[in-house]
Design a protein around this ligand. Sequence first.
Ligand code: GTR
Length: 441
Amino acid sequence: MISPLARKSFSLLFLLTLSFVFLAPTIAEAQKFVANYDESKIPDYQLPDPLVTQAGEAVTTPEQWRERRSVLVDLFEKHVYGVSPKPCPIRHSLVSCDENALGGKAVRREVDVFFGESDDAHSMRLLIYTPTKSTGASAAFVGLNFQGNHTIDPDPSISITESWVRDRRDDSTDGHRATAAGRGVAASRWPVETIIDRGYSLVTIYYGDIDPDFDDGFQNGIHGPLGSQLDDVPQVHRWGSIAAWAYGLSRALDYLETDSAIDATRVAVIGHSRLGKTSLWAGASDPRFAMVISNDSGCGGAALSRRAIGETIGRINTSFPHWFCDQYVKYNENENACPVDQHELLALIAPRPLYVASATEDQWADPKGEFMSATLADPVYRLLGTDGMGGKSLPDEMPAADQPIKSGRIGYHLRTGKHDLAKYDWEQYLDFADKHLTKKE
Ligand code: GTR
């Protein structure tokens, strides 16, 4: 005989099991991220004004902006990208030189730049093309690449990176190492010959040389050897990978200041996607970059976080926990609490030329949010005496696809096509550079 009490407990257990079986998948489902692409479902938000101090006072002069700027840099460090160490001394060594690259149009060099003076200092390899016909030092584009320097051009004499690489489904990688099959696979993103023909140098570095792109608790790459300098900085505010990559770009610029073939006062920093987030932070945190280009940088780059459309802070911190500082997690599904938004990152680049680009099929990166961000940086550019986006007033609407806005200090275009760095993008950047990076006599 089963007692009434035992029967009761049995039914309770049965009910609990049943609800677990049916409810657990529903809970998991609810936690699964579903991107919003509907403008009408954007949560209410209020954007911070770059020209209003944290104490609520209006910033009306370039002097006041300088103060405001340093507060904003500090906020971006502590809440978004993390605090980086002070610049370390660098040393460099020439690895290879081809005076007859691209059929004689360019000199191609590989230069290792070391983070520190010691023999065992961590290093990154710069692949440098300079135009042979250039008289004197040339302006340059500097950008990180995703798969290794050997992937940007099929030239078999470019060394294959020995750093950790993300495994691909093809034969360009093998057990997190790059293979010769990857030579030139990213060439469409790096029109070296066109850049050289237009009179510019190109400097590119594999981003994994600086910091391998996986979450290891901020230990590998330069995080390990340089991180000890941040002992006084609370863990939550220490640099993530984007800050480390940006730090690498600044050390590359330190080297370029010593390279007589390149005019380091005329260097544009360029990046696509996560490396576009990186070029923006590099340009914002290092005012020596004379021009800044963000190609499809999206969430944590040029796009406004508070719109929470496409990729969100919560989603990016879940997929890539190592890109930002740990504090940034506080703003997962809580964007309004973040003391800054990304238009203020763009404003930090003022008055230097800034180009933001989006692509029609890249809704994940929120093209509209990228455009709005660029327009919201305009008042800072105007306060500093430039023409901002150009024209007397700002465009009310996004430009149509393939109709670049590039007459002012802030450029923008929406390219037809997918998330990529394409020939069309480069054509606009080269025109923009012709306008802004020409030598001042
Ligand atoms: C995506 C990420 C984007 C962007 C992109 C990339 O997976 O969600 O923010 O950075 O990667 O870098 O290719």
